[in-house]
Every structure is written in C-alpha cells, then in structure tokens.
Design a protein around this ligand. Structure first.
Ligand code: PBG
Length: 326
C-alpha cells in the first residue's frame, strides 16, 4: 500500500526553486530592434504595442535602456528610405543596419549585435531574393552572391553574429565561404534554416514594411505541416557549417524545437515571432490572461530545448528578472 507523494517536492517556494528543471535568465534573451533610416522617428508599430520603429539618431536612448536592464544581445532589422528590385540597401556598406551596428559598437562594444541577412526589407517587391522574370519566383542561385555581400558588409560594420533568414538553399555554405574569404572566419552563423511559411509573421511585416507585393513565401519557407523536413534542413545547415540554429516561429513549433534538440548539439534559438507577441500582448492588455503567461511561454520554449530566445518581450522579462519576480 504505497503511493508516490509528488507533493513532497512542491510544498514550499524554496523547495520548488530547488527542484525546478528549467530557468530563464537574462543571458537567454535577444531583443529585436527596428531601425528606420528616416531621422527623428520613434513610432509604435500599430500591431505590436510597446515595439517601436526607431531612427538612428534616437537609437542610443533605446540601447541605453536595453543595456541598463542587463540584456546582452540585440538583433537589428532595417527600414530603408528606398527599396529596389535588387535590395541594394541590404548590402550597402552604409546601409541602415550596418550604421545601427556601428553606432551600437561605438557606445556599447560588448553588447552582442546580431544582424539578419535577408533582402526582403530592402526589395521593392518584398521578397527575400531576386525575382526570375520568367517564373515570377525567387531565383535561388543568383540571390546567393547578394546574401554573401550582405553578410560581409554586416561583418565589416562590426556584427558579432550573422543570422541569415532568407531560406535560399546553400546559403550557409556560401555565406561561410564569403565571410572566411573576407577575413571573418571568426564570425559565427546563426542560421534561420528552420523557418516556416507562417502567418505569425504578419506584425513583423508591418513593422519592417516587408509584405510581399505579390505571391507569398511558400516556395522558399517551410510548410507548417512538416516535421521531418526540419530535420533535413538541420542536417544541411550542420554540414554547411552553421554554428547555431534558429527555429521560427516558436510557440506553435515546440515539437520542432524538441526534435532539433534531440538531433543536434548546436545551441538552439527559439524565435518568439511578432504574431505570437501581438496575440499575447493584446490578451494581457484586454485582461483576458495574467501577464505571467509571458514567462510561462518563455519557459515552455526552454523546456522544449531552446537555449536562447529572440523575443519582443525581452525588456519586460529582464525587468521582472531584475526585480526577482521571475
Ligand atoms: C526576414 C525575417 C522575417 C522575420 C524575421 N526575419 C519575416 C519574414 O520572413 O517575412 C519575422 C519575425 C517576426 O515575425 O517576428 N527578414
């Protein structure tokens, strides 16, 4: 007549702290910032309360706040003044994210800067690469050299980590070789190779003004219904030399994070994307759920196997961690 008494280990706060399996730390947080080329702008993104498009001349204030909270890494996204069919703003040496990176390095050399290597914020059609006029689809191989150029210009600007999110086949190999040739063999690649064609990116596209003007991204981003395909992407990116792997989105894809964790020894990053942020934020603001759901969501990503989390909630979380509330 014996039965397990699981409640023994739940009886007090200290006891629960002692046996807790998953913890969230400020070291895990990566904060995304949208930087606009136009001066004097600090404008809230309508679909993402609490998230702003910020001009370069106002960026330092934002970085002051981020650093004071104890956040150790940021990822910049750029909104250029002009876009064209080739996305030239992405690989311009003085492009918007390159300049944001320089400014950040000038004031806060230790703050890790991650730059997103993609063309969609810089193309007038909003796709992640060059459009083949015959098929009206993104052309893989002619896009690759532009991505290499983008990554090299980002490394030249002082980026600590290159994060390619374009989903062209072979991008890790090409970018690795390009970085090595240009003298940046020491710069790691955080691959967004497991990126689903998701409707959860909607608010990001408002913020980055990067909604495709025709078609969608399903010929290069992954089908949300597929799980084994994620492992094939993982395998390729591992062979191609990725140093870290992003899974994106996060919350509807926790099974994928776990699969990647079970099949790789690389650091894994969950991208808690804009739509996930917007849904949670608006439910909290409407009083439908308590704001503690934010930490619970983060813990679920870590429990699934993520080491780090890119999240628009990073500042809120850091503040709570600092107060000892998490
Ligand atoms: C592409 C990129 C996207 C996101 C990050 N990098 C958008 C896309 O593929 O449309 C989305 C992130 C989010 O929704 O928070 N540069």
């Amino acid at each position: 007549m014996n039965f397990d008494r699981h409640r023994r280990l739940r009886q007090s706060g200290f006891m629960r702290d002692m046996v807790r399996e998953t913890k969230l730390s400020k070291d895990d947080l990566i904060y995304p910032i949208f930087v606009v080329e136009k001066p004097d702008v600090k404008q809230e993104v309508s679909s993402m309360k609490g998230v702003y498009q910020i001009s370069l001349n106002l960026l330092k204030e934002e970085l002051d706040e981020v650093v004071a909270l104890g956040i150790k890494s940021v990822i910049f996204f750029g909104i250029p003044n002009e876009k064209d069919a080739e996305g030239t703003g992405a690989y311009h040496d003085h492009g918007i994210v390159q300049e944001a990176c320089r400014l950040s390095k000038e004031h806060y050399p230790e703050l890790l800067v991650i730059l997103d290597t993609c063309l969609c914020e810089y193309t007038d059609h909003g796709h992640c690469g060059l459009i083949d006029p015959k098929t009206q689809d993104v052309d893989n191989d002619s896009t690759l050299p532009l991505l290499v150029q983008t990554a090299v210009s980002q490394a030249k600007a002082g980026a600590d980590i290159i994060a390619p999110s374009n989903m062209m086949d072979g991008f890790v190999t090409e970018i690795r070789q390009g970085l090595d040739r240009a003298g940046y063999a020491h710069i790691p690649i955080m691959s967004y190779g497991i990126k689903y064609a998701s409707k959860f990116y909607g608010p990001f596209r408002d913020a980055a003004e990067s909604t495709p003007s025709f078609g969608d991204r399903r010929t290069y981003q992954m089908d949300p219904a597929n799980r084994l395909e994620a492992l094939r992407e993982l395998e390729s990116d591992t062979l191609e030399g990725a140093d870290m792997m992003i899974v994106k989105p996060a919350l509807s894809y926790l099974d994928i994070i776990r699969d990647v964790r079970n099949n790789s020894n690389m650091p894994i990053i969950a991208y808690n994307v804009s739509g996930e942020y917007a849904m949670t934020r608006s439910a909290i603001d409407q009083g439908l759920v308590d704001e503690e759901v934010i930490a619970e969501q983060m813990i679920s990503m870590k429990r699934a196997g993520a080491d780090m989390i890119i999240t628009y909630f990073a500042k809120d979380l850091a503040e709570k961690i600092n107060k000892g509330e998490i």
